[in-house]
Unconditional design. Structure first.
Length: 452
């Protein structure tokens, strides 16, 4: 299928490139074929893009889809709990989910991501209750296929029992051998590293505080043998616990095991010292910054200016809905910028330009996921993009700077179109070929089984 997007009000090739005004974009198959004025393409479907701002598709680098079924819970009050206390309270609820609920929660999360311009989603699925079976990630791939989104699965897991200092209920525990065995199965079944791949797999043990050391050591061996990426939670309150247990804070503990480097990224990192950030930068270990849980934790705002000054690779993530309550990465772009403004006067380094935060969610995410075919709008790149029709009153006074619009102003509604791999998956408030009301009814029915 070919599309010719005519007379685009603005094309934002990347956060660092000049904005192109009044030009056309030709999509042929899975990729962008051309960008320029007065393009012609006999046989292509012509879309009038007058008034549209076109952006590279957003890339979500950290999430927990299943948590969409445990959100908007006033009883789980972060403001009165530490992260560890919150985990102790919420993990028993997580452990009740069924395979069917994991599947429907994935549809819910992915649909919301698509509606707000996300075209590639990484999920850190670490919850494997024994009664739910071992096919949870397989069901996630099915959900991604249904909606047409590019999906990177992070096969997580927890191996340390609560009796030895973890926060994990016995129902959610696996052995290291079980965890590694299923990682290998998923890699062999689904991982595709070809250009424009729609399916990839990363080895992602949940976090050091909830796993035996050998879980991380075996993860490194498997990932390097298979040529896939590594991911885990770091620097979200666990470093003192890890130091008490091992004599080292988390970053040093992981680096000594080899769980670091250009094929590795950590989620969060808000509690890390500048020395630890410098270690990560030197190793080329990346960070998925999840801004919205910062509101709830309330400890400190992640030092993004320092990360940028050190040259750390940074992407953005929604994080799970139990600590965010939505799956809107575009909202996270705005939150990330505004949080840095809140603490700017206390920082050594200045807040990055607003457009840099769009960059974290596009080229930054592509870098973390090792996707050279994603993150920019240019000929030869994957046709992953979204469009905002700015011919509305709420955009008056903002249209002169498309690169800063999302981080600085924020977007209050779903986008007008999302395209993934050259296919329109969301347009004018609908998922083409899908009945959203039917998907809603099935998810809602599944959800109520955990509420009763």
């Amino acid at each position: 299928m070919s599309y010719l997007l005519k007379n685009c009000a603005a094309i934002v090739p990347s956060a660092s490139d000049l904005v192109l005004a009044g030009q056309d974009m030709l999509i042929e198959g899975k990729q962008i074929a051309a960008i320029g004025p007065n393009l012609h393409a006999p046989g292509a479907e012509i879309i009038d893009a007058s008034g549209w701002f076109l952006y590279p598709g957003l890339i979500n680098t950290h999430h927990h889809f299943f948590q969409c079924f445990i959100r908007n819970r006033a009883d789980l009050d972060w403001t009165r709990l530490s992260v560890i206390e919150w985990l102790d309270l919420i993990y028993p609820i997580f452990s009740r989910l069924t395979e069917d609920q994991f599947s429907h929660a994935s549809v819910v999360a992915l649909a919301e991501l698509i509606k707000h311009g996300c075209t590639t989603a990484f999920d850190h699925q670490y919850n494997f209750p024994r009664h739910a079976g071992s096919r949870i990630v397989d069901r996630q791939f099915e959900a991604a296929d249904l909606l047409g989104i590019r999906f990177h699965a992070g096969r997580g897991g927890n191996t340390l029992p609560k009796s030895e200092g973890s926060t994990i209920p016995d129902e959610m525990l696996e052995t290291t051998a079980q965890f590694i065995g299923d990682c290998e199965r998923l890699i062999d079944t689904y991982h595709d590293d070809a250009p424009f791949s729609m399916r990839q797999v990363a080895v992602a043990p949940c976090q050091p505080v909830n796993c035996y050391k050998d879980t991380f050591e075996e993860s490194v061996r498997l990932a390097r043998d298979k040529g896939v990426l590594l991911h885990t939670h770091v620097g979200e309150g666990e470093s003192p616990v890890i130091k008490a247990r091992t004599g080292r804070r988390t970053v040093q503990y992981l680096e000594e095991m080899g769980f670091s480097g250009p094929d590795t990224w950590y989620a969060h990192c808000w509690e890390l010292t500048h020395g630890e950030l410098a270690q990560m930068a030197a190793a080329r270990t990346g960070v998925s910054h999840c801004p919205e849980p910062v509101y709830l934790v309330g400890a400190e705002v992640t030092d993004i200016p320092a990360m940028q000054a050190l040259g750390l690779r940074v992407g953005l993530g929604c994080d799970g809905a139990a600590s965010n309550d939505n799956s809107n990465l575009m909202h996270a772009v705005h939150s990330a910028y505004m949080l840095q403004c809140l603490v700017a006067s206390s920082r050594k380094h200045p807040v990055p330009e607003p457009s840099a935060f769009l960059g974290y969610a596009t080229t930054g995410g592509a870098d973390l996921l090792a996707r050279r075919d994603l993150g920019r709008l240019a000929p030869g790149m994957a046709a992953d993009l979204f469009a905002i029709d700015t011919r509305r009153l709420e955009y008056v006074g903002t249209r002169h700077d498309p690169g800063s619009l999302i981080p600085k102003v924020g977007i209050s509604r779903p986008v007008d179109m999302t395209m993934i791999n050259g296919r329109i998956v969301w347009r004018d408030g609908q998922f083409p070929g899908l009945d959203e009301s039917d998907l809603f009814a099935k998810a809602e029915t599944s959800l109520h089984r955990i509420m009763t």
